[in-house]
Design a protein. Structure first.
Length: 290
């Protein structure tokens, strides 16, 4: 099943590329670089020119330990950016856990609500999505950033793959009961959220369990700490955030080859270039949502 989402280049094989626009001062990868409306708009335009199909605009950092902005601050960050990007013809997603922000963003032109809490942070989120008809990305989530990496939340008695599968399935049922339609849903396994580095790799290896739920799957691995741990220096120092691009692109290609619906990435140009090579050398004629 494919979300009712207007995408460019219909029929093009491979995943949707979702470019990240962080309108925040404290995101883990590029905090502060695009914190003003003007900088965020320029960055969004650059990502579209580089080949992004979707722009995911967020006003709240979800890095481990991050403090939440008040709702008014989040609205002030994202709504002007979404309004202008949508007016320019971009397909826009809002990265938010708040129903109030989701409603205002859809009214401003967003087609997608990317809720990293899977509807757990705000019980009104599913009502907003049901009423607006927006596509909803349901991510696996257990706790806010200030506590999500505590041992209580990274403990999966049945293993991380089964735990994520079961908890996402439960969120799907709640969403459907609230009036969200099946064709509106995309699932995200939530790499890095209440998961250790090793659990992230286990989850990627067992991604078929999430795919078996029958919904499109979006994966956000770009620049995350488990890649930094993999690429650590001999003394154990993780590879810095700005030097993880090659590993992220390699992982994106592997995920494309297995048919994921979407990739949420910072490095759009490098990802799109790699996907173009993959297509030229014989990607399947059908697959993903392009």
């Amino acid at each position: 099943m494919t979300p009712a989402l207007p995408l460019p280049t219909p029929g093009r094989p491979g995943p949707v590329v979702m470019g990240i626009v962080n309108v925040t001062p404290d995101s883990f990868s590029d905090g502060g670089r695009f914190a003003s409306t003007e900088l965020a708009l320029a960055h969004g335009a650059d990502l579209v020119a580089a080949g992004a199909d979707l722009l995911d605009v967020g006003g709240e950092s979800t890095r481990p330990g991050a403090t939440r902005p008040v709702p008014a601050e989040e609205l002030d960050r994202v709504v002007p950016v979404i309004t202008e990007l949508a007016a320019q013809g971009a397909v826009v997603s809002v990265d938010t856990m708040r129903a109030e922000v989701a409603a205002a963003s859809v009214a401003a032109g967003a087609h997608v609500v990317n809720d990293v809490s899977g509807g757990l942070a705000d019980p009104e989120m599913f009502d907003v999505v049901a009423q607006t008809g927006a596509v909803l990305v349901l991510m696996h989530w257990r706790a806010h950033s200030t506590e999500m990496q505590r041992g209580t939340f990274t403990h999966y008695p049945s293993g991380v793959v089964e735990g994520v599968r079961a908890e996402l399935a439960a969120r799907v049922e709640v969403a459907l009961a609230a009036g969200v339609r099946e064709e509106q849903l995309v699932l995200d396994p939530g790499l890095g959220f209440a998961k250790t580095a090793e659990q992230n790799w286990e989850l990627l290896q067992g991604l078929g369990a999430v795919e078996a739920l029958g919904f499109p799957v979006l994966v956000g691995a770009s620049r995350k700490s488990f890649l930094g741990s993999l690429l650590a220096a001999p003394d154990g120092t993780p590879r810095p955030v700005d030097r993880r691009e090659h590993a992220g692109v390699a992982l994106s290609l592997l995920l494309a080859a297995r048919g994921v619906w979407g990739l949420r990435v910072h490095d759009v140009e490098a990802t799109v270039d790699a996907l173009d090579v993959w297509r030229r050398l014989g990607a399947p004629a059908e697959g993903g949502a392009r």
